[in-house]
Design a protein. Structure first.
Ligand SMILES: C[S@@+](CC[C@H](N)C(=O)[O-])C[C@H]1O[C@@H](n2cnc3c(N)ncnc32)[C@H](O)[C@@H]1O
Length: 246
């Protein structure tokens, strides 16, 4: 819970510049995953959402939420930052959906409210997983799915803070990732693979798949420099967890 004020301030501070830089990539077409905008049509992570109750945890400007609302899902977009929520409100299209200010650590929804909880570098990257994962599990109905994409421990361990790029050298201690200091006092979170499995299973979730998106060589990373440029073609930069509540 300690990172809520700093992360809210951080996202309010960077929201305008972030959307200016990234919305052209992540909002270009519906259902694009992560740093390399890999189409969900290729990864098949989310499935059909028609008629489903869907919660996006950390929706940002709603690039995902507005697409799923247009497909016929009953979507709620939750985000910590009022600036990000204002961007989502401005980008809302004909299929309108509610926006809620809140934290993934403490969701303001009743148990068993959603068929699908998901995010793409959202609340499960910016809230402590040991708090956010049980909250996501709590608001899912039985049979509902938690699907989320986040940076891989590989990418974090190979990230050179001084050069501000991922390289082929180990720069961080894998077992010490846990909290990652972002700019302006903000914090993001990472677990080891074993830590993620323990946290997901500890919240009562069944792990159905771990997709490691592999962009084609030449696919640009919209967020980070990498050395070599096609780093993510050789090593997994992201991990997309597919789970359900039994
Ligand atoms: C990288 S954006 C993800 C949104 C969108 N998928 C994108 O890629 O732009 C991260 C979002 O998480 C939100 N966020 C940060 N901490 C959060 C928390 N504790 N609970 C919910 N959302 C949070 C931020 O405000 C931000 O909008």
């Amino acid at each position: 819970m300690d990172s809520i004020p700093a992360n809210r301030k951080f996202w309010n501070r960077i929201s305008r510049a972030y959307q200016h830089e990234h919305d052209p990539q992540i909002g270009a077409t519906p259902r694009l995953w992560g740093m390399y905008a890999v189409p969900d049509a290729r990864l098949r992570a989310l499935g059909d959402v028609t008629g489903k109750r869907v919660l996006e945890l950390g929706c940002g400007a709603g690039q995902w939420s507005r697409s799923l609302a247009a497909e016929g899902a009953t979507v709620v977009g939750l985000d910590l930052s009022e600036a990000q929520l204002a961007a989502a409100a401005r980008a809302m299209r004909a299929a309108r959906y509610p926006l809620v200010q809140g934290a993934a650590e403490l969701l303001p929804f009743a148990d068993d409210s959603f068929d699908l909880v998901f995010c793409d570098h959202g609340g499960l990257s910016w809230a402590p997983p040991h708090l956010a994962v049980p909250q996501a599990a709590r608001v899912l109905r039985r049979g509902g799915r938690l699907v989320f994409n986040t940076t891989s421990p590989w990418f974090e361990a190979c990230y050179d803070e001084d050069a501000r790029r991922a390289t082929t050298t180990l720069h961080q201690d894998y077992f010490g990732l846990n909290t990652i200091a972002e700019d302006h006092g903000a914090v993001s979170y990472q677990l080891t693979y074993g830590g993620w499995i323990k946290t997901l299973r500890g919240a009562g979730l069944i792990i159905d798949d771990l997709i490691e998106p592999r962009p084609e060589p030449g696919t640009p990373n919209g967020y980070n420099e990498t050395d070599p440029p096609d780093w993510a073609h050789h090593w997994p930069a992201e991990m997309l967890w597919i789970t359900h509540k039994p």
